[in-house]
Design a protein around this ligand. Structure first.
Ligand code: TYD
Length: 404
């Protein structure tokens, strides 16, 4: 039995994918030595948190060889510049404000805060991406965030007006310690925001590829409200984000008597309508996941059988779950094109599909392209207008397999 990481109560199984390599465990050569763990998801009926069954030690995922770079998509660059603008607007004329970002990655957001001369600090344990942030003139602390780190920051810089994190709160197994740190670091009138893939989007679209080692938690309004309450914080707003295939931004403030935007109740009502507060809400999800895998594999096999080639577009972290669970390897997908220099000439975790440069894709112009980076669909279809005009087809798979 798996106990809930938040409230220590018994959880119930949602889905088990079996042995799985690390989502960012790209390998230099095909030697069969991938680190594997058991990937599965459970639901806590007491505090509504959906979470991984088993967690991989953080230093195996977020180390000096971390492959995830935020600044590889134009859409994400625009998104994070917008986040910085919102922070600056909300700070208004507060004297000498201090902004802390947890998991600042390569500084994609904080560089826009830094350029305004606003006091800031990025917390980033992955050394190689933290170095890139420093090159972007972002002040960085290469640590994991918790109560102890929070106390060190307060001693040196004072308390923070804003604490934020994008696609990082879902990464942290001991999220209770992060919230305890926030209690130490946040000013009484400060606010927290964090954004992560939204559970309701995952369930509605069957987009199970969001489930991988780095995503320990799959947040909803239901679970964040409970988590916040435990740490004397209050969920005061929720705003949907059109990134990562459907994300939610949660705003929190200290205390329990802040004005709450009616959107919070509306979102939670929608979650309850889908029964995400009970096990029954998760039963169909498992069947839908298995259907997507079966259908996708069949489509790829049919294309191969008539003599066409398929290549992948975007060696995403999330495609590790899809490719390994559906058992899609180099026999069905020749290679995956990606614009991240660190990934090129490596092989995908587990299935060992070769990764090639974007230039290779442009030269190759394959008949079919599996859109693994489906979360950037709009940006990529726009960029590849010419490919499609010449007859190239994209294969997408959530909520159902489609060729377009
Ligand atoms: P990302 O959206 O960060 O998803 P994940 O969190 O699952 O890794 O990954 C997108 C990947 O796709 C990244 O490796 C960069 C690549 N990519 C391209 O190669 N070309 C593009 O035009 C875009 C938008 C992304």
């Amino acid at each position: 039995m798996v106990t809930c990481r938040i409230c220590r109560q018994a959880t119930q199984e949602v889905i088990t994918f079996g042995p799985m390599p690390l989502a960012n465990g790209f390998v230099q050569r095909v030697n069969g030595n991938d680190y594997v763990f058991n990937l599965g998801v459970v639901f806590c009926p007491s505090c509504f948190m959906v979470q991984l069954t088993e967690t991989v030690p953080a230093d195996k995922m977020f180390n000096d060889h971390y492959h995830f770079m935020s600044s590889t998509s134009q859409g994400m660059a625009v998104h994070f510049e917008g986040n910085a603008k919102e922070i600056i607007e909300r700070l208004g004329d507060k004297p000498d404000p201090f902004v802390v970002e947890l998991g600042c990655n390569d500084g994609i957001m904080l560089k826009h805060i830094a350029v305004h001369g606003i006091r800031h600090l990025g917390i980033e344990p992955s050394g190689n991406v933290a170095d890139l942030a420093q090159k972007n003139n972002v002040r960085v602390l290469k640590e994991f965030f918790n109560q102890k780190t929070a106390a060190q920051i307060v001693k040196k810089d004072g308390q923070a007006d804003v604490i934020c994190g994008s696609n990082v709160f879902c990464h942290i197994e001991d999220i209770n310690s992060v919230f305890a740190g926030i209690d130490v670091l946040l000013k009484e009138d400060g606010y927290v925001y964090f954004e992560d893939p939204y559970l309701m989007d995952i369930v509605k679209k069957s987009s199970f590829d969001q489930i991988y080692d780095e995503h320990v938690f799959y947040y909803s309004g239901l679970s964040v409200r409970e988590l916040a309450k435990r740490h004397n914080l209050q969920l005061v707003d929720m705003v949907t984000q059109d990134v990562h295939g459907g994300s939610m931004r949660y705003y929190l403030k200290k205390g329990q008597s802040n004005p709450v935007n009616p959107r919070v109740e509306q979102c939670i009502a929608q979650e309850k309508a889908l029964k995400l507060d009970q096990m029954t809400g998760y039963v169909a999800f498992k069947d839908n996941v298995n259907k997507v895998c079966k259908d996708l594999k069949k489509v790829l096999q049919d294309i191969k059988q008539v003599g066409h080639r398929v290549v992948g577009y975007g060696a995403t972290s999330k495609s590790t779950t899809l490719l390994n669970y559906a058992k899609i390897g180099p026999a069905l997908v020749d290679y995956i094109s990606d614009n991240t220099p660190y990934k090129i000439n490596k092989f995908t975790p587990g299935m060992h599909i070769p990764i090639k440069s974007y230039e290779a894709f442009l030269k190759d112009q394959p008949a079919y392209t599996l859109l693994l980076a489906w979360n950037h669909r709009r940006e990529i279809l726009e960029k590849e207008k010419e490919y499609r005009r010449k007859g190239g087809k994209f294969i997408t798979f959530f909520p159902a397999v489609t060729i377009e």
